[in-house]
Ligand binder design. Structure first.
Ligand code: NAD
Length: 483
């Protein structure tokens, strides 16, 4: 990798990448990137000025003209080459992600591999972008073809500092688009490492740019430009709605991956040991800062007490610490806003009558640690039952009937992911039909894969990333009728 000069124990010097050039801070404003396990500064990130964004737009326009003509083999070769480089750089990139986001090294390594499998899948999709010919009387011909939509403005958040940039870059590149990515200012070096792997694998320099900045300045500038034809955003529903309004001014297409409030339906006929093992691990992945995190546990009365005590005991035993340390199972929260939000939401729930079974407090004297927390008997009106907590908290309430459980799962405007645990095959089919989400896991927690669409319904957004749908979201359809 270029420019991996270490400034702090393996943390690289920070820059933007515009038209293939590494842009340093120089005269620009900077943002201090912080290690959430220690609150120590890691580096100074340059923030884009309007002239930088105009330069990125100019490069993206040229990049689109170039890349839309690139044959499928060339696009696939870049994606496969980048996947191989990511494999080789796995340890280096995983360490960077843990330094700047806090998650455990094991999770960061998995994130690198998520990108590897996604880029490999997208490389195959480059060869499968078929159109069709319609049956017409002799002398007439109608064809339907797919074309890349144009330059994409893509905004990636901090919670998957490697995986989110991989999704934001991979789909436009497979489709033949150019892309300007603004990844989170809190975790920039991971995003730069993903883009660098694509450039090192032969991606023409004009095709993908990485900028950072004051988020609202960058999104307003890019979305006001007629050069940008599509917005792709992952983040909160509030910010997503704001960006959709900006995109609507110029009728830009959108893919929105927004917030969730993951419902977990645990039925009396489930294998409780299996449920506890899977759900405790899944709940505490990345300290709960995952859009598909299991959050509202809707537990049938017959197993409620056993579930509650089993979950609380296991959560209390988790080893929380610096994600770089061997054996740590949960790292800190990614920034100081998150433990503040935990205090507000958990405090509100307790004042409303909820019981705390474990946790409910910050941990340590440095960094942004918050204890795994289990609450029960939480009134549905408490803010935590309605706002995405995005943290290590499980909300457990008892229900009697399947109908009541499904009604609770569908109560909120969110519809990203839900989980159900039951051995009854007929019930599994009913749940598959009735639960209002973009993704449903029945007796499993595996839902993110290169070949499967990832996305939500209702306030959780629209459009998909990953799968053939991820590439198609960067294409427009054209019907040509010839006489
Ligand atoms: P936030 O809502 O301010 O930011 C969320 C993301 O959007 C960040 O990456 C941020 O840089 C970006 N952003 C914010 N304003 C923007 C703008 N005007 N233009 C472009 N990008 C903008 O809050 P936060 O404190 O970073 O996170 C809080 C909440 O966001 C969480 O509670 C969670 O609900 C949500 N979130 C969701 C995801 C996800 O994977 N869907 C990821 C991160 C955060």
């Amino acid at each position: 990798m270029r420019d991996t000069v270490s400034t702090d124990r393996g943390y690289p010097r920070l820059h933007m990448i515009i038209d293939g050039e590494q842009i340093p801070a120089a005269h620009r404003r900077t943002h201090t990137v912080v290690n959430p396990a220690t609150a120590a500064a890691l580096g100074a990130l340059p923030l884009a000025e309007p002239a930088d964004l105009d330069r990125a737009l100019d490069a993206a326009q040229r990049g689109f003209r170039l890349w839309r003509e690139a044959p499928a083999q060339q696009r696939a070769a870049v994606l496969l080459g980048a996947a191989q480089l990511l494999r080789e750089r796995q340890e280096e990139i995983a360490r960077i992600a843990t330094l700047e986001e806090g998650k455990t090294l094991a999770e960061s390594r998995i994130e690198v591999m998520m990108n590897v499998t996604l880029f490999e899948f997208y490389a195959g999709e480059c060869h499968r972008l078929y159109g069709r010919q319609l049956v017409r009387p002799a002398g007439l011909r109608s064809t339907v073809s797919f074309e890349p939509v144009g330059p994409v403005a893509a905004f990636a958040p901090w919670n998957f500092p490697i995986g989110n940039p991989g999704r934001k870059l991979g789909a436009p590149i497979a489709a033949g688009c150019s892309v300007i990515m603004k990844a989170a200012e809190e975790a920039p070096a991971s995003a730069l490492a993903v883009l660098q792997s694509l450039l090192d694998a032969g991606l023409p320099k004009e095709v993908a740019q990485a900028v950072f900045g004051v988020p609202d300045e960058v999104s307003r500038h890019l979305l006001a430009s007629p050069v940008i034809r599509k917005l792709s955003f992952t983040g909160s529903t509030v910010v997503g709605k704001h960006l959709m309004k900006l995109a609507a001014e110029d009728c830009k297409r959108t893919t929105m991956e927004l917030g969730g409030h993951g419902a977990v339906l645990v039925f009396e006929d489930a294998d409780l040991e299996q449920v506890l093992k899977a759900m405790v691990a899944s709940k505490h992945r990345n300290a709960g800062q995952v859009c598909v995190s299991p959050t509202r546990f809707i537990v049938q009365e017959g197993v409620y007490e056993r579930f509650l005590s089993g979950f609380s005991e296991r959560a209390a035993q988790l080893r929380v610490g610096n994600g770089l340390e061997e054996g740590v199972q949960m790292g800190p929260m990614a920034n100081p806003r998150r433990p503040d939000a935990m205090e507000r939401l958990i405090g509100g729930a307790v004042r409303a009558g909820a019981r705390i079974h474990t946790g409910g407090r910050r941990l340590g004297t440095q960094g942004y640690f918050y204890a795994p927390t289990v609450l029960s008997e939480i009134p549905l009106s408490a803010p935590i039952m309605n706002e995405e907590p995005f943290g290590p908290v499980a909300l457990v309430n008892p229900f009697r009937t399947e109908a009541d459980m499904i009604a609770e799962a569908n109560r909120l405007p969110y519809g990203l992911a839900a989980f159900a645990w039951t051995s009854d095959a007929a019930r599994q089919r009913r749940l598959a039909r009735e639960v209002e989400t973009g993704m449903l896991c029945i007796n499993t927690t595996t839902l993110s894969a290169g070949d499967a669409p990832f996305g939500g319904v209702k306030w959780s957004g629209h459009g998909s990333e990953n799968g053939p749908e991820g590439v198609m979201s960067c294409m427009v359809v054209k019907a040509v009728h010839e006489g």
